[in-house]
Design a protein around this ligand. Structure first.
Ligand code: KG4
Ligand code: ZN
Length: 335
């Protein structure tokens, strides 16, 4: 490792079902990133089982931190700070990461900063290389959130619209469950949709012409009418129709937000940013609007601790960094 003492931050993430630790330098260079997924544990339940998630985080946390430091070739003496997710997320899982960070921080004499997970997602597009040019429009699409925000700078974020009910990732997962695809279903629904034709049936585009807020629960209910399958429609066509509806809504709202809030970049982050359909639709929109598309590489789209460590670097410029105390309901415009 070439960074010298005090030049790296250890990030720790445990807000949902991934235990993660990573080491990142001030330029956003990722020296290591370890993610321990709990997907197999939760698959049997069709969603994240919070108590089991907390227990799995307890088991994975210390080995995860140890490996992140070893992979980066650093020790605790090289740490400028520890950035740990304090919210939003599930309270039990959050507490596991916060307690681990408090323990190692106290033992090693390293300051611990409580990081907003959503600030992690919005900074994820700058991991490894500076991609975002400001002002920028943020489309954050994950399992927990769907929102549009305008960023004058990375520190000046204004929410333009968010979902009134389910997130788009949640809709993907619920529709995937209807289809018997297991959990999480996002990538599987996309793969199935790519082989289908969505033009046979017309699903609703909830709130498409109505402001910049989103609603996805009606789309899931509209899909549920087709199940159990009775032979009238093919599963891949239903998947294609669902994905088309999601993309139409996400892209139309982004188009409207870009028109109203001129931006140099469109930043698409969060787990659903891994969707090839969304990546390609966002590319077309940006070409049309003369805006640069900023997509983090796939490994930074889903939950990881490198984005938390990069966000933690921003916090060092604050007079007082937020304390590492759980806040399950943080918004993207809060530190
Ligand atoms: O950002 P993330 O890893 O965790 C949260 O903070 O929520 O997002 C997880 C969500 C899940 O709902 C999952 O189904 C969805 O991202 N997802 C996808 C794809 N890969 C993951 N959705 C659509 N297409 C994908 N390829
Ligand atoms: Zn997330």
């Amino acid at each position: 490792m070439t960074s010298s003492k005090d030049q790296v931050i250890l990030g720790i993430e445990s807000s949902c079902d991934d235990t993660a630790a990573a080491v990142v330098d001030e330029a956003g260079r990722v020296l290591s990133s370890v993610v321990v997924s709990q997907v197999e544990i939760h698959a049997a339940h069709g969603g994240v089982f919070p108590e089991m998630a907390s227990r799995a985080h307890v088991t994975a946390m210390v080995p995860c931190i140890t490996k992140a430091l070893a992979d980066a070739g650093v020790t605790q003496r090289d740490l400028r700070a520890i950035g740990v997710t304090r919210g939003p997320g599930l309270i039990g899982p959050l507490l596991v990461g916060l307690n681990a960070a408090a323990g190692v921080g106290l033992g090693w004499g390293v300051p611990v900063i409580g990081v907003n997970h959503l600030r992690g997602h919005l900074r994820s597009a700058d991991l490894d290389e500076q991609r975002v040019r400001f002002p920028a429009l943020l489309l954050l699409v994950s399992g927990g959130h769907t929102l549009l925000a305008h960023m004058a700078t990375a520190h000046d974020v204004r929410i333009l619209g968010s979902t009134r009910d389910d997130s788009v990732g949640e809709a993907y997962d619920k529709v995937g469950r209807l289809m018997g695809l297991g959990y999480p279903a996002g990538a599987k629904v996309d793969r199935l949709a790519a082989t289908g034709d969505g033009s046979h049936l017309r699903l609703p585009r909830p709130m498409i012409a109505d402001g910049l807020d989103f609603s996805f629960s009606g789309l899931k209910s509209a899909m549920s009418k087709y199940f159990p399958l009775d032979g009238a429609y093919r599963l891949e066509d239903l998947a294609a129709s669902f994905v088309d509806a999601c993309m139409d809504v996400l892209i139309e709202k982004s188009r409207r937000a870009l028109a109203a809030h001129p931006s140099r970049s469109l930043v698409v982050v969060g787990g659903v940013a891994a969707s090839p359909q969304l990546r390609s639709a966002a590319q077309t929109l940006c070409a049309e609007m003369g805006v640069e598309l900023c997509l983090p590489p796939l490994r930074w789209s889903t939950d990881n601790a490198a984005m938390i460590a990069l966000a933690a670097w921003d916090y060092l410029s604050l007079e007082t960094a937020p304390r590492p105390i759980a806040q399950p309901n943080l918004r993207v415009d809060q530190w």
